[in-house]
Design a protein around this ligand. Sequence first.
Ligand SMILES: [Mg+2]
Length: 419
Amino acid sequence: MIISKIETIRVAQFPDLIFVQVHTDTGLTGLGETWYAASTVESAIHDHFGPLLVGRDPFEIERHWQTMFRLSDHAGYGGAELRAISAIDVALWDIKGQSLNMPIFEIIGGGTRNRIKVYNTLGVYGEIDEAHKVWSDPVEVAKNLLDQGITGMKMSPTDFISRESDGQLLFQDDLDWALRPIREIREKLGMEIDIANDAHGKWNLPNAMRIVRELESMRLMWHEELISPLNEEAHQRLQAVTSTPIAAAERLMTRYQHRRFIESSAARISMPDLTWTGGISEVKKIAVIASAHQKPIAPHDCVGPVNMMACAHIAMATPNVMIMEYNRAMHLGWYRDFIEPDFVIDGGFLMAPTEPGLGTRLKPSVKARPDATVRVSSGKSESWLTSVDRYTYPPKELQSEFVHSTKRRRTGFDASYYN
Ligand SMILES: [Mg+2]
């Protein structure tokens, strides 16, 4: 089986959303997805990675990941290239699962559970306006979630009050105003519902320290990105002033950035975004690093339906996943317009996928939408070189002479450097 073409699908309605379909000569198609700056991701896929993958074996996922990563790391990893790698990685796992007639989680370790608890991040879409309603009737929003068996919620009460000073100045009356919904829920419902606080990196360290202190008695699940995770020492200082766990979340990229926060005391919970940080392959590795430090991961969502399916596989096969993010407004509002079958949320749990591969497909109607942009490439490139390799490698004939030389003994391992 070889990869025959790579296809991307975007829709104007959600300009940050992009799906990738990896097609094979056997007719199997794998589905992946990522979110943010979709047209830039589209270029990364068709201009850089697609030509390297066409004609190659889709089963060699680790090899392809490494090749794509090293090419993008040449200019510093992260950004659109890594999101492209993430989407392609999921699509390749989907192909492998379908080909072996097994759900992906059976291939990446097998089931350690058959469902994972979710918490709901408050959202606004269509008929669901819980993220707005929580300001006027927080208890009603919490009760409504509890009625559905969802016992955890995440909100961002301090984002708005950070705006005026860009997080540099915090007044007590503003803080009291912002924390009112959380205090009201605790007053009326006690600890019946768990609450997490996400500040999207909007505060400086002193104000973040003040916010976590102020919320100490509310016994929250975690604080997430009160400061941007640019500096693990700043995170450590924040953690030192509160007993509530500090989570390092979706804007950390790959095992290399997560490792620093996991190994230090900078984060007690890691929250990788699978569609940003390197796909199924990379989140599995991040989870393994966390497991060696006996810490949990809690995968991120609010990005798209394929991410939820991919995270379901990670959650089933990975013992140290503690909980999964879920956005009820996005799921019921638009996720289901794009994939079939849908992932299953039942009584506050995300259920194990049952179908081979990823367990879902892009609805055929998506490509037919009038606002869809579909781009297909089937050209291939034999070059796996970074641009600098073209200048540092010797001329072709010398390369060939070197590779095929019978005079090279390929011995002389020097153990003294391995002390
Ligand atoms: Mg977040």
